[in-house]
Design a binder for this molecule. Structure first.
Ligand code: ZN
Length: 102
């Protein structure tokens, strides 16, 4: 297991569109069936075309926090929280590679 403290680019995260996040989830086949009910449709909340993220303050330092993408099971409401920094970094890397390939 690796440990890491990363500084996050909040603006980069909050500017991610629904489409970018949806493509990310498809690329990683992240929509495995819900562990609670077996349903396989997940909802990403969006506002004005941007994916909706939530943040959570750190218990040992409330001035710092982590940002997550909630993925909600359409059927039972079970919610997965994906680390937004990982998502944003991967999307940026993937888009840079696509630009090079063109
Ligand atoms: Zn479910």
């Amino acid at each position: 297991m690796a440990t890491e403290t990363r500084s996050i680019d909040l603006e980069q995260i909050t500017n991610l569109t629904f489409d970018q996040v949806n493509k990310y989830l498809t690329r990683f086949d992240a929509e495995h069936p819900c562990e609670a009910c077996g349903h396989s449709e997940w909802l990403i909340d969006e506002v004005d075309g941007k994916a909706l993220f939530v943040s959570s303050p750190l218990a040992h330092n409330p001035d710092q926090g982590m940002v997550f993408l909630p993925l909600t099971c359409e059927k039972c409401g079970n919610t997965r929280f994906l680390n937004a920094a990982v998502i944003a970094m991967d999307i940026a890397k993937n888009e840079a590679n696509n630009v090079k390939a063109e």
